[in-house]
Design a binder for this molecule. Structure first.
Ligand code: ASP
Length: 434
């Protein structure tokens, strides 16, 4: 019998996870069953993905850069990548501001719900505020200083230091381009083989993906807050979702127009990464799968995918910036504030920068939202208003973040003549069990 394609398997895992979580949350013993016996498998699954992120970036980026003919190629790729990332983020914030100003979800929030939410989530909001305060204290050039590690092993010891690992890999790759070919060969061959091994590990981990997402979603549902709060924030949730949907349509349009590839081809190729981003709420944890899908299933050559995607996972978060724009204006509307045009333009600038600064982990977008609120003069305590629905929205915006990175990598590959046909034709035939 023909095996079900991977994205269907993952989708089924997600559906069963939600149903199982709903069933178990009816009973107190059910809740602890999920938390004690199911959730750990989800954690193991995420950990196994995170485990290979640093070696993957190192191996694929060093191999990718050392394959380049010269350094001019690298700077042209860098310029296009950063330019496209900025462009898509600006579009995302603009879409966010447009939908929230048209729908005005904050104006429909009743006085009693507002008071209830502010009281229920005041502590959670304060926790995010204090994380943001620590980040805000840094000087203007701190981001640049943080880019250069003083010890590569130290940098590799923490997944949060992804940009430092990227910096080292680029630097090392450039060194390899400059030394004589026969001397570079041994090092290149090593990283080449390492890269192959890691891509194979991703295939192996993905066999467990349907079970991993089952465990993650079952735990999420069992621990979710009451459904009533979701209902109170329904219009806000719908506004964010509509904005995110429009953003996806924008990517599909970009890919179709500029690469000539069919929308179905793109979605089929990237969907396992999108589903995983949704289940994990982390672009960093999803990165290994995004890289494998884009290279092997969408046909982006490795020197492009290994450069564009890790950078995208850390700095390009279109879903996050769109959400930050909607959330900031929603909170202002809920407090009866009228935001001037210049305040809204300020939101475009800060949400763009805040999404660049957000870490690629669950809930990070909300920490940086504090900075957007402060800049626009919106009460930071308003964070409590949107806390209840942050996790489901985080799941959706993370999917958009990953889709944005994949789309830009296809565009950059096309412009550099590095978009070929996919390595894997039947897009499940590299999974060992199919
Ligand atoms: N969870 C998001 C990501 O990993 C970041 C955020 O918006 O919270 O891409």
């Amino acid at each position: 019998m023909r095996k079900l394609a991977l994205h269907w398997q993952i989708l089924l895992g997600m559906i069963f996870g939600v149903l199982f979580g709903l069933l178990c949350s009816q009973f107190t013993w059910g809740q602890s069953l999920v938390i004690d016996w199911i959730k750990p498998f989800g954690t193991i699954f995420i950990n196994s993905l995170k485990l290979i992120a640093v070696p993957l970036i190192l191996a694929s980026l060093i191999k990718g850069v050392s394959d380049l003919k010269n350094i001019a190629q690298l700077s042209s790729m860098g310029g296009r990548t950063i330019g496209m990332y900025l462009f898509t983020t600006l579009i995302a914030v603009t879409i966010g501001l447009t939908v929230v100003n048209v729908i005005k979800p904050g104006e429909t929030l009743s006085e009693s719900t507002r008071t209830e939410l502010l009281a229920a989530y005041a502590n959670d909001a304060a926790a995010k505020q204090s994380v943001a305060a620590a980040q805000k204290e840094a000087g203007p050039l701190q981001a640049l200083v943080d880019l250069v590690p003083s010890n590569i092993f130290h940098a590799m010891g923490d997944n949060a230091n992804m940009l430092q690992v990227i910096f080292f890999a680029l630097f090392f790759g450039i060194g390899l381009v400059f030394i004589p070919k026969e001397k570079a060969k041994a090092v290149k061959d090593f990283f080449d083989a390492l890269n192959e091994v890691i891509l194979k590990l991703i295939d192996l981990i993905m066999i467990a993906a349907p079970f991993g997402v089952f465990a993650l979603l079952a735990a999420l549902i069992a621990e979710a807050p009451s459904v009533d709060l979701f209902r109170a924030l329904g219009l806000y949730t719908l506004t964010v979702l509509l904005g995110l949907l429009l953003m996806i349509v924008f990517y599909l349009f970009l890919v179709r127009i500029f690469t000539g590839k069919k929308i179905g081809f793109f979605l089929k190729g990237i969907s396992p990464a999108q589903l995983l981003a949704f289940s994990t709420s982390s672009s960093a944890a999803t990165l290994p799968v995004t890289m494998e899908r884009v290279h092997e299933h969408l046909g982006v050559e490795e020197d492009v995918s290994s450069f564009v995607l890790p950078i995208g996972a850390t700095i390009n978060m279109d879903g996050t910036s769109l959400y930050q724009a909607v959330a900031a204006v929603f909170i202002a509307q809920a407090f009866g504030m009228d935001l001037s045009l210049s305040a809204q333009l300020g939101i475009i600038a800060t949400a763009t920068l805040a999404s660049i600064g957000s870490a690629a982990v669950p809930g990070a977008g909300m920490v940086m939202l504090v900075i957007v609120l402060a800049q626009a003069g919106i009460p930071e305590a308003g964070l409590a208003l949107i806390f209840a629905v942050d996790r489901p929205l985080d799941m959706c915006r993370t999917s958009v973040n990953v889709t944005g990175d994949a789309s830009v990598s296809m565009l950059v590959a096309k412009w550099l003549g590095k978009l070929g046909s996919p390595k894997v034709k039947n897009w499940d035939d590299n999974y060992p069990n199919s």
